[in-house]
Each structure stands twice: as C-alpha cells, then as structure tokens.
Write a protein that binds this ligand. Structure first.
Ligand code: F0G
Length: 351
C-alpha cells in the first residue's frame, strides 16, 4: 500500500524545492475529505469537510511549516521565529525541533488555548508571552527577523503559502475536479490566499476545469476585512482568528474578487452552534475558529445565498483537542453511579 510521504514529496514538482533541499517532514497532508451528511441535508448541496486537524500537530499549519523549516534549513538558518495565536507556534516548535533549530515564538499573553501552549512547550520552543495582541506579536517578530539572525516563518514568508496550497490539490485530486464553492475561516488571511493559489494553478494547467468561488468568514469581533478597517482590539472566543490587521489582507481580497466570492462575518454564538453540530452530528471535533467556515455556510444558506445541488468544501482548520474548554463548558456534568448494572441502566435510560 502507498504510504503518504508528506506534502513536499507528494507535490514536489509544484513546490519551490530542489534535490538539495533537506526535507523536514512529519508526514503532513493527506488529510481526510469527509462527506458531511447533515450539512448536505441542511443546505441541499453536496458538502465535504477537509479535516485539517488530522495533521501531525493538529492543524493546517504543518503544510506550510514543512516548507518553511525545510527552506530555512537549506539556507543555513539556526533559529526561526513566529508570531502566533497558537497553532503556528505549535507547528514551528515541532518542525523546528525536528530540524535541530531553535524556535522562538511570540504569543499574545493569556489569549492562546492551553493545548497549543503545551505543544510549544513540550516541543522545546522558546516562548515569549507578549503584553499585546497577535498583531503586536507579528510587528515584533518581523522586527526581530530584520535585525537579528532569525528566520521569520509566519505566512508572510511566501514558502508557507506554497506549502498550504497543497490542500487544494488534494481536494481536486480526490473529487476529480474543483468544488463549486470553498469555505474557510479567515484570520491572518494566509490560508485563503494559499487555497486560491492552489486552485488557480490547477485551473490554469487544466488539471481542474474551473476554480471555486472562495467564501471566507471572520469572527464578528475580529472582522477587519468585512469592516474595511483595522480592528484595534479584536475579540472573539475563537482565539485562533482573533486578529485585527491581517498580513495577507489584500491577497485575501484578491482571492475573493478573482473567484467571485465574498468575505463575511459570523458571531461567536453562530461559531459555537456550528462547533457543536460538527461534533455531535458529523463526528468531527474541531476547535472553535475552525467552525467559522461551517457557521458561515449555514448563515449563507439561511440568507438564501446557497443554490441547491452545488459541491461545497469547508475546511475545518484545527483539532478540537487543542481547546476542549468549549466542549466541556455548557455541557451537562456526567453523573456518578455505583458499580451496579441496574443503577447504570437506569441512568442511561435503558431500563
Ligand atoms: N483556523 C485556525 C485553527 C488557525 O489557527 C488559524 C490561524 C486560522 C484558522 C486562520 O488562518 O490566519 O491563514 O487566515 N492561525 C494563526 C496562528 C494566526 O498563529 O496559528 P489564516
């Protein structure tokens, strides 16, 4: 049987690597494309979920990070740095550690999920909690990379986008053509840029007959692209996309406009509703930010923007285990029973 070799080996001819590039991989990519029965029924469409939480560190960031760390190693870098709402730092820590590099990560104090902080710590990153938000962290990381011997591995590094575009390739390779619509959460706006690049490349060389319309969704309290202005103090329970000044802002607008799509917002309430539906009905446990894509699709359907019969892919970007607080909060506490079958059966409603 064919063993998936990671995105660089699987898509080598479409990535800026050479025979000299030392490939640092954890076998990222090759993630499940799951048919979503309940979402299909609710929308009258053929809906699939691209489950990026199945990547080695639990998010889509690994696709970009295998490229960023491999290229940094090729160029002789000994240290890398990133700003992060959590997932990029977890991925940089893991891949940097594997490559024998120092990974420095800057995260907003108190605003990253515990699982992600734990990953960065256990993978051996040097972590600084910055007294500021993600946007402040990114300014600081850029400054340090310009003035000190450390390579920036945020998605402003173009090889990150190259790696992340492979998710579009996998979807087309699997479905036999591009979907009609692709739906994504939007934070720093690198991923929507990357997907659009991947789809555009496949459409340009005839591997796909067309590229999909790109639909992006920001959290309402952190929706600078929707508002058309920087959000100074972004706020949302979806900490991964708590970003007020996205680095790839204009590229995301280009993806939106060239594809005939749109970028809209979803409230935290809509995000949590989609989060629970995904877990309870589709069997897919994601982190809150990831549910923004599905929340957006459901919002668009309620507004009559979704024509029936279309093929739609929603990317769910990160694993629910990274941030389980929202799974536990608001759920009924499990009851305690004695070691007694009759009592257990009664509590389970079997008797
Ligand atoms: N979903 C998750 C789970 C994320 O971690 C991110 C971004 C996004 C969506 C948005 O993707 O930024 O490319 O538009 N997380 C970054 C980080 C900012 O630091 O981990 P984007």
């Amino acid at each position: 049987a064919h063993q998936w070799r990671g995105i660089i080996e699987e898509y080598r001819d479409r990535l800026p690597v050479s025979a000299e590039t030392p490939v640092v991989t954890l076998g990222e990519g090759g993630t499940p494309l799951v048919s979503a029965g309940v979402l299909s029924e609710l929308t009258g469409c053929d809906v699939h979920l691209k489950v990026e939480g199945a990547n080695p560190t639990g998010s889509f960031k690994d696709r970009g990070m295998t490229m960023a760390i491999s290229k940094a190693k090729e160029e002789g870098a000994q240290a890398v740095i990133c700003a992060s709402t959590g997932n990029t730092s977890a991925s940089a820590a893991a891949y940097g550690g594997k490559a024998g590099m120092v990974s420095a990560v800057l995260v907003p104090q108190g605003k990253i999920a515990m699982g992600k902080l734990g990953q960065a710590l256990v993978h051996g990153a040097k972590i600084l909690q910055v007294d500021g938000n993600f946007d402040d962290c990114l300014v600081l990381a850029r400054n340090l990379s310009e003035n000190y011997p450390v390579a920036l591995v945020n998605s402003v590094n173009p090889v990150r986008i190259e790696g992340q575009k492979t998710a579009s390739f996998e979807i087309v390779d699997r479905l036999g053509d591009a979907p009609d619509i692709h739906v994504l959460p939007v934070g720093n706006a690198g991923n929507i840029t990357a997907y659009w690049k991947g789809y555009s490349e496949y459409a340009a060389d005839g591997t796909a007959t067309h590229a999909p319309r790109m639909w992006g969704f920001q959290a309402s309290g952190a929706a600078p692209i929707v508002r058309g202005e920087v959000v100074k103090d972004p706020s949302t329970i979806a900490t991964a996309i708590r970003i007020g000044n996205p680095a790839s802002w204009s590229l995301a607008e280009a993806a939106r406009d060239e594809s005939g799509g749109f970028i809209d917002e979803v409230t935290d309430r809509q995000i949590l509703r989609a989060y629970r539906l995904l877990a309870a009905r589709e069997g897919v446990f994601v982190e809150p930010a990831s549910a923004a894509s599905v929340a957006g699709l459901l919002k668009a359907a309620e507004e009559g923007k979704v024509d029936k019969g279309q093929r739609i892919v929603c990317t769910v970007t990160g694993n629910g285990l990274k941030d389980p607080d929202w799974a536990v909060a608001g759920a009924p506490q499990p009851v305690t029973v004695p070691v007694d079958a009759a009592a257990a059966a009664e509590r389970l409603g079997l008797a």
